[in-house]
Design a binder for this molecule. Structure first.
Ligand code: COA
Ligand code: MG
Length: 307
């Protein structure tokens, strides 16, 4: 396994330059399109120094956090600081995401009240601890009605966190509901991805975190399977020991091989390693181009099937 990972890593490292062209994140409230989210870096919403570093870090996306990265007595400060950053900061190519508190926390409504006071609504919201499909209705109502009040016609993305045994069991229904609501005419929400929140999940099932994360294999595979069945992004666990480069490299290559599309990061030093691992290999990109070319040629020549 280790040799296989090493080989894949070498292959990816060789092809990164010039292959991955991240889209420029120019405007808020743009039309929906595929947004690569290889590294998703947490930045505590009340930490202005760290928030101001975002444009220099080169992450695909940042999670400006109102939830677990912020102490209860700092929530107001976090909301107000994020609101200001949304309007003031030039995020460059990085997608600014806001993670609010969970639907059942009693804090989410206030989070949204303050965040929606920003002139620039973030293109994507993350909602933690989604474990019942009814919560998706609430999120959809909140986002859609608030966007309409601001006169916005474009959708915002929603990425949900799965962090308990019950959430894992209900994941199919949750995604089904989210995807269906996303296609409804009066909805301004688009369910775009699922994050696996492993620390809360481990606490919920009474397991202990290990470096190899074998205790999470079933849950990770389940998250990938369901997310991909609904064509959603699947974002892998955090590697807590941010000083352990080798361990991180191995775990993110493993996640990429399993089918995850990206990974959560807690420190800027993790961003490049994660982004390299989740960049499609040159071979894979060439293969996809060749496949599309051959398919187009086949269709133009009037042949019906392509194998
Ligand atoms: N976002 C932006 N910048 C960050 C950062 C982050 N998540 N983490 C560290 N930095 C900055 C620091 O401010 C520091 O820059 P400075 O010296 O100019 O201030 C530089 O990167 C190096 O940081 P370092 O000294 O190694 O780490 P730290 O002690 O400042 O912070 C953590 C360590 C773990 C507290 C910090 O990385 C963090 O807050 N991570 C997010 C944790 C989180 O949100 N968890 C909840 C979700 S699981
Ligand atoms: Mg959590």
């Amino acid at each position: 396994m280790a040799r296989h990972l090493q080989k894949l890593q070498q292959q990816m490292t060789r092809c990164i330059q010039g292959v991955w062209a991240a889209p420029s994140y120019r405007t808020f409230n743009t039309e929906l399109r595929y947004v690569p989210r290889r590294a998703c870096l947490y930045v505590p919403g009340n930490d202005e120094r760290k928030l101001n570093k975002i444009p220099t870090l080169g992450a695909d996306c940042v999670i400006m956090d109102c939830e677990d990265g912020v102490a209860l007595n700092r929530k107001d400060e976090a909301r107000l600081t994020i609101r200001r950053m949304l309007d003031e900061l030039d995020f460059g190519q990085t997608e600014p995401i806001v993670r609010i508190n969970s639907v059942t926390s009693g804090l989410a409504q206030t989070d949204l009240d303050v965040i929606f006071q920003a002139d620039r609504v973030p293109p994507t919201f993350m909602v933690p601890k989604v474990d019942q499909m009814e919560q998706i209705n609430w999120i959809n109502d909140q986002l859609s009605s608030r966007l309409k009040l601001k006169g916005h016609n474009n959708k915002v993305n929603l990425i949900i966190f799965i962090e308990s045994a019950m959430a894992l069991l209900n994941l199919k229904e949750i995604c089904q509901r989210g995807v269906r609501l996303s296609t409804e005419r009066d909805s301004l929400m688009n369910l775009d991805g699922v994050v696996f929140g492993s620390d809360d999940f481990l606490a919920d099932i009474g397991a202990t975190r290990t470096k190899e994360a074998r205790e999470l294999i079933y849950a990770r595979q389940h998250v990938i399977t369901v997310a991909k069945a609904f064509r959603l992004q699947a974002i892998d666990i955090v590697y807590i020991d941010y000083k352990d480069v080798e361990g991180l490299t191995e775990q993110c290559l493993e996640g990429a091989l399993m089918g995850f599309t990206g990974k959560q990061c807690i420190h800027p030093s993790q961003v490049n390693i994660v982004q390299e691992a989740f960049t499609p290999s040159k071979t894979k990109i060439e293969w996809a181009h060749e496949l599309i070319e051959a398919f187009t040629e086949h269709q133009q020549s009037g042949k019906a099937s392509y194998t």
